[in-house]
Design a protein around this ligand. Sequence first.
Ligand code: ZN
Length: 328
Amino acid sequence: MGNPLGPNDRIVGLDIGGTKMMAVVLNNKFKVLGRCRKKSRSEDNANEKPEDRICRIVRLAMEDAKVDTIRGIGVGSPGPLDPNTGVIIDTPNLGWKNFPLGRMLSKTFGVPTVVNNDVNLGTYGEWRFGKIKDAKNVIGVFPGTGIGGGLILNGSLFHGFSGAAGEVGHMTIEVDGPYCGCGKRGCLEAVASRLAIASQVAAMAARGDAPYILANCGTDMANIRSGSLAKAIEAGDAMVEGVVRKAAYYVGIGVANLINIMSPEAVVLGGGLVEAMPKIYLDECQRAVKYHAMPFLRKGVKIVAARLGDDAVALGAGKLLVEHLATL
Ligand SMILES: [Zn+2]
């Protein structure tokens, strides 16, 4: 498929998250020419609706890139959503219910829009711009505050019957395990997200078993971020390392289950926890895959850490948009 963009054409990749929103302006080679990043909840303008804030962020990114016109907008949003219609079904963080995000952006900016799940697009970006671009089947698992995932099957994003396939964070890992934000018990997210780790580490800090964390973060789990966990492990908090390694091993069990089902060539691990502690996550995932995936299916599977960092979703969104423009 040829690139439908000329050298002077510009597009926007948009990453709408629960905590931050970011727009990047890209040229036909996907080089970032300008950007705007803000917290999802307004501090400067408390009454601004999220959709108005998003449009403002797109305009500010265009200003930053000194661009007046764009050819289209690719958007990654938390789901569940319908990638065919661009309707966001339910995002409690932003207060949207059946919100026609794609149509709103198309109308406001007068350009085509594609909308997809944010972690799907993160996986897509890592696939298209990373070390694994020759793979046809790729699994993305992104452990951070929650755990999201994305599936590339036969060279394209897999959406499934509902449109919302790829919720790897809600596969059951521990029957009768702790409650998850989704209402079920024992989901991967409930045993291995940053919140799951932080709640255990906060208790250790309170007991005096995690001295670095106690001294630097206190006992409030909201202050125990991925970067602090990494520093605590470097500083020798052995029990913190144990908790993180166990969570990383759980992520590996999820990956092993997916390898058995999908037989991918590559697995990409991203998200805040992996960015802060890539070696621990790669090691524990390899170990779990060795024990829990079938030898014939795990043979030759590459497990790699994500490389695009904060730009993965916006770049994946831009790439998906360009592929959409090529079909018009
Ligand atoms: Zn769940």
